[in-house]
Design a protein around this ligand. Structure first.
Ligand code: B4P
Length: 193
């Protein structure tokens, strides 16, 4: 089993690149953002709770997200590998993921982090907000709040994986295909190890 985390700030292209990676490498795609948006669309109690945080640019509480990830994992017992997109976003989530993978006798093999400047990120998100209907993308104040949350709560996750030598940065600006090819090169090297 080979497990990859695609890491990066909001709008860095995790969702965009994940779709291409899933097609090429046949990972099971676990996007906590997509799972939460589905819960919101289905108007479940979890979705209603999550929406109040997401609309403000805040993270959904760890226990909610961790429980949701555990259930998704159980639904894919035969997976040959997972692509974690937007998860973990806090050190508590990273620790919970380690525990879960250990129970399944597997581990994270690599973390690839998309590096994009903040101005480019704001412009991508406002642009997506024009068509996506995502309330967290239409207001620049909420977008800036998401970056502040990323800097405070999510960047420590990078250090968590740097310490164990599993972290690699990828230039996340340029065409979608050129970024994809950088990710594939890094991934292929790691898979050979
Ligand atoms: P997510 O759904 O994870 O989304 P994201 O961070 O906004 O975006 P992503 O990086 O996937 O960008 P994308 O490819 O779409 O999170 C949303 C919210 O859910 C969070 O703020 C939080 O509240 C909650 N949440 C999710 N996971 C959580 C967790 N684990 N714990 C707690 N809360 C959680 O790209 C963005 C735009 O850029 C698109 O329009 C795309 O077309 C464009 N783009 C992509 N690549 C480009 C390129 N190379 N050039 C130009 N444009 C590009």
């Amino acid at each position: 089993m080979f497990n990859l985390i695609l890491f990066g700030p909001p709008g860095s292209g995790k969702g965009t690149q994940s779709e291409k990676l899933v097609e090429k490498y046949e990972f099971v795609h676990l996007s906590t953002g997509n799972l939460l948006r589905q819960e919101i669309a289905d108007k479940t109690p979890l979705g209603l709770e999550a929406k109040s945080f997401m609309d403000k640019g805040q993270l959904v509480p760890d226990e909610v997200v961790i429980g949701m990830v555990d259930s998704y994992f159980d639904l894919h017992k035969d997976a040959r590998g997972f692509l974690f997109d937007g998860y973990p976003r806090t050190v508590a989530q990273a620790e919970a993921l380690d525990k879960l993978l250990k129970l399944k006798k597997t581990e994270i093999n690599t973390v690839l982090a998309l590096e994009v400047s903040e101005e480019e990120l704001v412009s991508r998100l406002l642009n997506r907000g024009k068509t996506s209907g995502r309330s967290d993308d239409t207001n620049e104040e909420v977008i800036r709040k998401r970056f502040a949350v990323y800097n405070n709560e999510t960047t420590p996750v990078a250090d968590y994986y740097k310490k164990i030598n599993k972290f690699e940065s990828i230039k996340g600006e340029g065409s979608i295909d050129s970024i994809f090819s950088r990710i594939c090169d890094a991934l292929d090297k790691r898979m050979k190890k």
